[in-house]
Design a protein around this ligand. Structure first.
Ligand SMILES: Nc1ncnc2c1ncn2[C@@H]1O[C@H](COP(=O)(O)OP(=O)(O)O)[C@@H](O)[C@H]1O
Ligand SMILES: N[C@@H](CCC(=O)OP(=O)(O)O)C(=O)O
Length: 293
C-alpha cells in the first residue's frame, strides 16, 4: 500500500517540536501504560467557529491515531461533530429547535464526517469502521453483547472503530429512552464496556480549571484530580461554543465513570491532537483524573 508522506506529517512534527510541555514527565502516566485507549474529540476540536471543518486538527488526529495503532495500541475514536458539521454544510447558523430537523442535520453531518475520516485515515493506510450507538443498545444485554463483539473484532483486525451517538435516530420518549445526550459520557460508557485502560478527552481547553477560564481570567489549571465530589462539580461550568454540548459537567461525569472503574482519564487541548504521543510518554499535559489506589 502506498503511504503518502505529505503535508500533514510535516506540519505535525513542527507542531510537536514547538509545543510547550507544561510540566515534568509524570510517573502516573507512565504507570498507566495504556494498551486499549478511547479518544474522544468534541465538535469544538473538529470544526472552526464558522462551522467549517478544522482540517488541520482532523489530519493530525488521523495521523496520530494511525501511529498509535502501528505501535500496537488498540484505539477507539469517539467523535462528535455530526450536528456541527451538518449545520455548516446546510448553511444554518444555529441548531434547529425541532427534533426531526436536528436529526436531519446530524444525518448529513455524520456522512460528511465519515467521508473526511475515511479520506484522511486512508492516507496513513489505516482502516476504520463506524459504530453508531443508542442508549437502548447498551442497556439491553443481547444488543450490548453484539456491540461489544463488533468492537472486539474490529480491534483484532487493527481497525479503528469510530463511534458516535446515532443522532439521526435517538430520541427520548416517555417510556423509551434511546439518547445518551452527550458524547463525553458516551465515551466513558464505551471505555468501561470495552475495558479500556485510558480515556483521552480532547476539547477546546487545556484541561479542568478551578473555574471556567472563558469567564474568569484568574482561573488556574488543575493538574490532577483523584476524586470527584459535589465540590468538584461546583467548579465546572457550561459549554464553550455554540456547537459544544455539556461543557465541563459532562466531562466530570465521564471522569467519574473512569474513576469508579479504577481507570484513568486525561482532559487535554485537542488543538494539536499529536500531543497524545507526549501524553502517553508521560508528559504532564492537561488534567489527569486518576485515583490514588
Ligand atoms: N472549570 C472549567 N474548566 C475548563 N473549562 C470549563 C470549565 N467550566 C466550563 N468550561 C467550559 O467547557 C468548555 C468545553 O466543553 P464543550 O464546549 O462542551 O466542548 P467539547 O465540544 O470539546 O465537548 C470550555 O471551552 C469551557 O468554556
Ligand atoms: N452526537 C453529537 C455530539 C454531542 C456532543 O457531546 O458534542 P460535544 O460536546 O461537541 O462532544 C454530534 O455528533 O453532533
Amino acid at each position: 500500500m502506498e503511504i503518502d508522506i505529505s503535508l500533514p506529517v510535516l506540519y505535525d512534527y513542527c507542531n510537536i517540536s514547538t509545543l510547550e510541555a507544561k510540566g515534568e514527565v509524570t510517573e502516573q502516566m507512565r504507570q498507566i501504560n495504556a494498551k486499549r485507549i478511547v479518544i474522544k474529540v468534541g465538535t469544538s476540536t473538529l470544526t472552526h467557529s464558522n462551522g467549517k471543518l478544522n482540517l488541520q486538527a482532523i489530519d493530525q488526529l488521523c495521523y496520530t491515531l494511525s501511529g498509535l495503532v502501528n505501535e500496537g495500541k488498540e484505539v477507539v475514536l469517539v467523535s462528535s461533530g455530526a450536528i456541527g458539521v451538518g449545520l455548516g454544510i446546510l448553511g444554518l447558523q444555529s441548531r434547529p429547535v425541532a427534533i426531526p430537523e436536528q436529526q436531519a442535520v446530524a444525518s448529513v453531518g455524520q456522512t460528511q464526517l465519515m467521508t473526511v475520516y475515511q479520506q484522511r485515515f486512508s492516507v496513513y493506510g489505516q482502516k476504520i469502521g463506524q459504530i453508531l450507538l443508542t442508549h437502548d443498545v447498551v442497556d439491553y444485554p443481547i444488543s450490548r453483547q453484539n456491540a461489544l463483539n463488533t468492537f472486539e473484532n474490529l480491534l483484532q483486525l487493527n481497525v479503528i472503530p469510530i463511534v458516535n451517538e446515532n443522532d439521526a435516530i435517538a430520541v427520548d420518549e416517555l417510556d423509551h429512552h434511546t439518547k445518551f445526550g452527550d458524547n463525553d459520557q458516551l465515551s466513558a460508557i464505551v471505555a468501561k464496556a470495552i475495558g479500556a485502560d485510558l480515556l483521552i478527552m480532547l476539547s477546546d481547553i487545556d484541561g479542568f480549571y478551578d473555574k471556567n477560564p472563558r469567564k474568569f481570567d484568574d482561573a488556574s489549571l488543575i493538574d490532577r484530580v483523584t476524586e470527584i465530589d459535589d465540590a468538584t462539580f461546583k467548579l465546572a461550568g457550561g459549554r464553550g461554543t455554540k456547537f459544544g454540548t455539556g461543557g465541563m459537567i459532562t466531562k466530570l461525569k465521564a471522569a467519574e465513570i473512569m474513576l469508579e472503574t479504577k481507570k484513568a482519564m486525561v482532559l487535554a487541548n485537542g488543538e494539536n491532537p499529536s500531543i497524545i504521543f507526549k501524553l502517553l510518554d508521560g508528559t504532564n499535559l492537561g488534567t489527569l483524573f486518576m485515583g490514588t489506589d
